[in-house]
Ligand binder design. Structure first.
Ligand code: FES
Length: 215
């Protein structure tokens, strides 16, 4: 790992950013300039918003119809430096060495991007998954446009606690914001004691999402 930059947040805490993160933040690769969207003539587009911070991410893909390889990828975001650095790196990974197939692209995990960036502060992981989710949405757009409806991956929310109306997506967001226990999830979701029957499933989901995002 190279040199790191110490940056203070507004609560006085300090975060370390690797040289690789700084490089992709200051020189983001494959950004689509505002106003060039139509001229770019993408084959597929995905747009997502972050429930954690309200920021938005858009990804455009060009796809070879025969091989289903991603031949080009552009993106735009109103997100922060970590979202910029991680999506810049994701865009590089998608098109390097002749481009990934859609199936390969769907297997890219947030940790794969983190590894290439030499890490990100845990508090910023929720920013790095924005690119990932926009990519998933762009690939779904392609499946829709090419009539491959059976390949569309729908991330439907499943209700875990009907009394409090907690879904698996709520738990995913709470984990992305740093919750690691049932108590911390409840605090984030601003709810009281959970339905006791729901606790084992909530614990299981916390483990699942912690493993998925923090490895
Ligand atoms: S804080 Fe919104 S993308 Fe990072």
């Amino acid at each position: 790992m190279g040199q790191e930059a110490k940056i203070r947040d507004n609560q006085g805490g300090s975060w370390l950013y690797s040289d690789m993160v700084k490089d992709h933040f200051f020189n983001p690769r494959n950004i689509l300039k505002a106003g060039e969207e139509d001229a770019y003539a993408a084959d597929a587009m995905g747009r997502v918003g972050s429930p954690a911070c309200g920021d938005e991410m858009v990804i455009w893909l060009k796809i070879d119809k025969e091989t289903e390889k991603i031949t080009d990828c552009k993106w735009q975001t109103f997100g922060c430096g970590s979202a910029i650095a991680s999506t810049s790196m994701l865009s590089v990974m998608l098109i390097e060495d002749g481009g990934m197939t859609l199936d390969e692209a769907l297997k890219v995990k947030p940790q794969d991007i983190m590894k290439r960036l030499d890490g990100l502060p845990n508090r910023k992981i929720h920013c790095s998954v924005l690119g990932d989710k926009a990519l998933q949405s762009a690939i779904n757009d392609w499946f829709r446009k090419t009539g491959q409806h059976d390949r569309i991956v729908v991330q439907g929310a499943k209700v875990i606690d009907a009394t409090l109306n907690i879904t698996d997506k709520d738990i995913e967001e709470a984990v992305l914001e740093g919750a690691q226990t049932v108590e911390e999830v409840q605090k984030k979701l601003k709810v009281g004691a959970a339905n006791p029957e729901a606790i084992p499933e909530i614990e299981q989901l916390i483990r699942f999402y912690s493993e998925k995002y923090y490895g």
